[in-house]
Design a protein around this ligand. Sequence first.
Ligand code: ADP
Ligand code: ASP
Ligand code: MG
Length: 458
Amino acid sequence: MKIVVQKFGGTSVQDAEAMRRVIEIVRKRGITRRTRPLVVLSACAGVTNALIRIGELSLKADINEALTAVDQMEARHARIARELLEAEEKIEPVQKRLHLLWEELRMLVRGINLLRELTLRSKDQVQSMGERASSLIFQMALASELVDDGVSVHLYDAREFFLTTQEFTAARPITNEIVRRMKRIQSALLKGAVGVTQGFIGSTAAGEVTTIGRGGSDFSAAMMGVALGAQEIQIWTDVAGIMTCDPRLAPGAQTIERISFREASELAFFGAKVLHPETIWPAVENGIPVLVLSSNDPEKAGTIIVGSTNEARPLTGIAVKRSAALVRLSSIGSEPDATAMRMVWEMLAESGAIPLAVSVSVDAASYAFGDRTAIPMLRTAMEGIARLEAVQDRALITLVGPGLHTQAGIAARIFRVLGRTNCEMISYGGSESAISLVVEDGVSNRIVKRLHAEFFER
Ligand code: ADP
Ligand code: ASP
Ligand code: MG
């Protein structure tokens, strides 16, 4: 018997109908004569955002808005459970357990409201509810589906085995301990059981619930796949694989059938949300193939991510990071000041705010960040040392491709597409396989469509 990990994102479990499709996918692609799956679930679509809002609403003097939002969440999950399970005797125990979850959330809301304090620790307690609720409903539904086949379905609480550091809201998984704690899950699956668990959440050694960052369920699934020695990690989402561009931005985007770990992680790093940027590494190190597939269209081949591909295609895809920020630092005096530049790097390294692209000249450097969080920190630290100009609402558009540097004329084609559009920064040559541009976010849709047409639709 071998193990496969099947991860389903928010839209794949957004309602009863979607969960039914997931059950079919688990039956066809998870449970085979030679495999058993660990099913890793996200919260139902929109729930994590709603929980974050509930946390913030809890700080208001009037607690009712937060409590109403909890009621709505309870109603939504109750409906999913009812529609999915149908028979009353199955619905009842799930509703009871769900109700306990929402009562726990109401207590948290009251606690936050009383203390008027929303710590990262309590944010994680609030945010963990989404995955806990979706997995609870799904496990019951899957178990009742498989009971006639004699296959048992266990719900594994990630808080019991997914050990993390205590950096609440951005905790790091502790691999060795996860491997150790997952041994019992591994042996149950190898004996023929099916497992269901939560992505995104874990706990500290002291047993406090943590989350590993937005979109982190992909990363959870990859870590779990490694810990279980899985033969394959399937990431099921709402698009058929990794595409040449976000199809919402470029309707002509096409699925990339085979992609190397490096290409996929570069696309993810530069903003292709389809995969959490860190997903790839645990899988690469252990040589486990990762598949990206569509739960709306399960027969489609999707994308397979492999160690390396033979063909060095010039261009793999275009990634876009909206809400980027651009920071330009220049020497205060007339002389170029290397000390200031060194200090910037030291500070960025210490704070973990890593620029996605950099462009340097003799007395100035521009740094593009994925968001604006680094700006206030740089502003304080650079006071009296360097002149700082910062702009927000920018889009960082990156062309990724292993053979990019060997393609004569690429830059000319990019500039032709840009036409009269102001490009505030361009970074080329730092990485052999990426060219990044920064433009105002307002024009990014148009530019991305045109770049995609220029490089992929001719
Ligand atoms: P999930 O909830 O399943 O994790 P996400 O919303 O996180 O799903 O990721 C899927 C979305 O990623 C797609 O709907 C698509 O809009 C977006 N996306 C961005 N870049 C790409 C790309 N290169 N290929 C495919 N999808 C992309
Ligand atoms: N539910 C979490 C989020 O929305 C994790 C995930 O879906 O990957 O960020
Ligand atoms: Mg995601």
